[in-house]
Design a binder for this molecule. Structure first.
Ligand SMILES: *[C@@H]1O[C@H](CO)[C@@H](O)[C@H](O)[C@H]1NC(C)=O
Ligand SMILES: *[C@@H]1O[C@H](CO)[C@@H](O)[C@H](O)[C@H]1NC(C)=O
Ligand SMILES: *[C@@H]1O[C@H](CO)[C@@H](O)[C@H](O)[C@H]1NC(C)=O
Ligand SMILES: *[C@@H]1O[C@H](CO)[C@@H](O)[C@H](O)[C@H]1NC(C)=O
Length: 474
C-alpha cells in the first residue's frame, strides 16, 4: 500500500488519525475516513490461513469481500472472489428446512437439524443471514460485476434466488414471517414500526439505501426507499441530542444506552454527516464496546453518500447542533392488521433526556434489548450515565410528562396487576463516573452523581440494590 501525502501531512501536524488507505472513487472525505477504519479493523482480523475475518464469522467475511472489491489493491479482488465462492458453498440449498437459503454462520459448522447440531433459530442457524449476506452480494453485483466476472455473478444470482425463496418460505416454518428484502409488508413494517432504537436504525438505513439506489425505478422499493430514508433522518434529527451524542429513549431494541462507549451502526451513517470526531461513536476503535459492528463499517461508507442525499438540512444540522429543549410524543403502530398504537413520550434537555413507552402485548416479554423507560444524563464531560427500566411484564406503561414548565418526570407503572411480572420493577443504572470517596456505593437513585432525582412510589417496597460486573451487551 502506498503511503500518500495525506499521511505525511497528518503526521507533520501531529494527529494520529487512521492510516490513509487507497482513495475509493466517489467517496466523500467522511465516508473515506470510515472506510479506512473499517478496513483496518477487517484487515487486522483477517486470518489468511482459514480465510476468515471477524473471528471466523462467515457474515463478516462476506462483508469484507465487498470492501476488498471496492479497494481493489494487490490481491484484494482474488481474495474477494475466493470468499464469495466459499460463501456460496456454505449456503443451505435444500428446500423445506427453515434454514433453506440462509448462509452458514461459520464455514466449519455442520448442517443444522441433526442430533449433533439440533436446529435452533439464531443459534445453529440464523435466518437473517440470507439478507445480511444477500444484500452484500447485491451490492457487489451492482458495483463490481466487472471484477467478479460473468460466471461468478451467475452463481451469486442463483444463490440470491435461494436466499429470497428461503426468506419467502419463512412463514409458518419458524413462527415468524419477516423478510427484509423484497416484500411490501416488510417495507411497510419497517415504515411503521422499525424506527425506535439506535441499534436497528443503522440496519434500516443500509437496507433503505440499497432500495433507493438499486431497485428497479418503477418498483415500490424505489418509490418508498427515499421517502423512508428522509423520514428516518427527520426522526433521528428530532430524537438526537448532539450535546450528549445519543438518541433519547425509550428503545424498542438496543445493545447499549450510550453510543459514545458502544458502537452502533447508525453512528457510522451520522459520521458521514459530521466526520468521525463529531459522531456518536466511541472515539477509538479498540476503546469501544460492541466493536464487532465495525465489520460492516466499509459497507456503510460505500452507501452513506446515498443515504445522505435524502437527509434534510434540518436533520443534518441536528447531528451537530442542539436546538432547544423539547417534548416529543409519538404513537407507534403495534399491529399490521389494525390501528393499535403504543404511546412514546420523550423529554430532551441539553444535558439530560427521559423517555418512556407503553405496551400491552399478550404473548411475550421482549427481552433485555427492550428499554421501555430510560433516563440519560451527562454527570461530567465525556460521560453519559443512565437508568434503564427492564421489562418484567408484558403490560406496562412508561410516560414522560411534558415538562415545558416544571421538572421533567418519568412515571412507570403496571396498569394491570394480575399480569405476571408486575410484582417488581427492575431498573439498571450504568455509565457512572468514578467518584473518589464514594466507595461507588449508591444508596438509591437520589444519590447518583450529576443529577438530582426525586423518587416517589405507590405500592412499592423499599428497593434492594446490587452490583453486577457482567451486564449483557455492554
Ligand atoms: C390488533 O391486532 C393484534 C395482532 O396484530 C391483536 O393482538 C389485537 O387484539 C388487535 N386489536 C384489536 C383492537 O383488534
Ligand atoms: C408541551 O407544553 C408546551 C407548553 O405548555 C406546549 O406549547 C407544547 O405544545 C406541548 N407539547 C406537546 C407535544 O404536547
Ligand atoms: C388484566 O389482565 C387479565 C389477564 O390478562 C385480564 O383477564 C383482565 O381483563 C385485565 N384487566 C383489565 C382491567 O383489563
Ligand atoms: C466507604 O466505606 C468505608 C468502609 O466501609 C466507610 O467507612 C465509609 O463511610 C464509606 N464512605 C461512603 C461515602 O459511603
Amino acid at each position: 500500500m502506498k503511503l500518500g501525502a495525506t499521511l505525511v501531512l497528518s503526521l507533520a501536524f501531529g494527529s494520529l488519525t487512521a492510516l490513509a488507505g487507497k482513495q475509493i472513487k466517489g467517496l466523500s472525505k467522511n465516508a473515506q475516513e470510515l472506510f479506512d477504519i473499517a478496513m483496518t479493523y477487517n484487515d487486522d482480523g483477517w486470518d489468511s490461513i482459514r480465510g476468515v475475518t471477524g473471528a471466523g464469522s462467515a457474515r463478516a467475511t462476506a462483508w469484507y469481500a465487498v470492501g476488498l472489491l471496492a479497494r481493489n489493491d494487490g490481491p484484494d479482488v482474488a481474495i474477494a472472489r475466493d470468499i464469495i465462492e466459499r460463501e456460496i458453498d456454505a449456503q443451505y440449498t435444500v428446500p423445506g428446512n427453515p434454514w433453506y437459503g440462509t448462509y452458514k454462520r461459520t464455514f466449519e459448522e455442520p448442517i443444522p437439524g441433526t442430533l449433533q447440531y439440533p436446529a435452533r433459530i439464531y443459534n445453529s442457524y440464523d435466518p437473517n443471514w440470507r439478507e445480511f449476506v444477500g444484500t452484500a452480494f447485491i451490492f457487489a453485483i451492482e458495483e463490481y460485476s466487472n471484477l467478479l466476472g460473468k460466471s461468478l455473478v451467475d452463481k451469486m444470482l442463483v444463490s440470491l434466488n435461494h436466499a429470497v425463496l428461503g426468506g419467502l418460505t419463512r412463514v409458518g416454518l419458524d413462527g415468524d414471517n419477516l423478510d427484509l428484502l423484497y416484500t411490501n409488508p416488510a417495507l411497510m413494517r419497517a415504515f411503521s414500526t422499525g424506527w425506535l432504537g439506535p441499534t436497528y436504525y443503522g440496519i434500516d438505513m443500509w437496507a433503505l439505501s440499497l432500495w433507493s439506489k438499486y431497485s428497479p425505478s418503477d418498483s415500490n422499493l424505489a418509490k418508498y426507499g427515499p421517502l423512508m430514508l428522509s423520514g428516518l433522518w427527520d426522526t433521528m434529527g428530532e430524537y438526537y441530542n448532539s450535546n450528549l451524542k445519543n438518541f433519547a429513549g425509550p428503545y424498542d431494541r438496543t445493545y447499549g444506552n450510550d453510543m459514545t462507549t458502544y458502537m452502533a451502526v447508525i453512528g457510522l451513517y451520522q459520521s458521514c454527516v459530521t466526520g468521525k470526531a463529531n459522531a456518536p461513536l466511541p472515539p477509538k476503535l479498540y476503546a469501544s464496546k460492541h466493536i464487532d459492528d465495525w465489520a460492516q463499517g466499509h459497507l456503510i461508507a460505500l452507501t452513506c453518500d446515498t443515504a445522505l442525499k435524502y437527509a434534510s438540512s434540518k436533520a443534518k444540522s441536528a447531528m451537530t447542533k442542539f436546538t432547544k429543549p423539547r417534548y416529543l410524543e409519538r404513537y407507534i403502530r403495534s399491529s399490521e392488521t389494525n390501528d393499535t398504537r403504543r404511546p412514546v413520550t420523550t423529554w430532551i434537555e441539553d444535558w439530560a433526556m427521559l423517555g418512556g413507552e407503553s405496551i400491552s402485548e399478550t404473548d411475550h416479554v421482549r427481552g433485555d434489548q427492550f428499554i421501555p423507560g430510560l433516563i440519560q444524563w451527562s454527570p461530567k464531560k465525556g460521560y453519559i450515565s443512565w437508568i434503564a427500566w427492564s421489562q418484567s411484564a408484558n403490560w406496562l406503561s412508561g410516560v414522560v410528562g411534558n415538562s415545558s414548565s416544571g421538572q421533567p418526570t418519568l412515571t412507570l407503572s403496571y396498569p394491570n396487576r394480575t399480569i405476571p411480572g408486575t410484582e417488581r420493577f427492575t431498573l439498571m443504572t450504568g455509565g457512572l463516573p468514578y467518584v473518589p470517596g464514594s466507595n461507588m456505593t449508591w444508596p438509591g437513585f437520589e444519590g447518583l452523581p450529576g443529577i438530582m432525582l426525586k423518587v416517589t412510589t405507590t405500592g412499592v417496597d423499599a428497593p434492594s440494590t446490587y452490583f453486577s460486573n457482567s451486564v449483557l451487551h455492554e
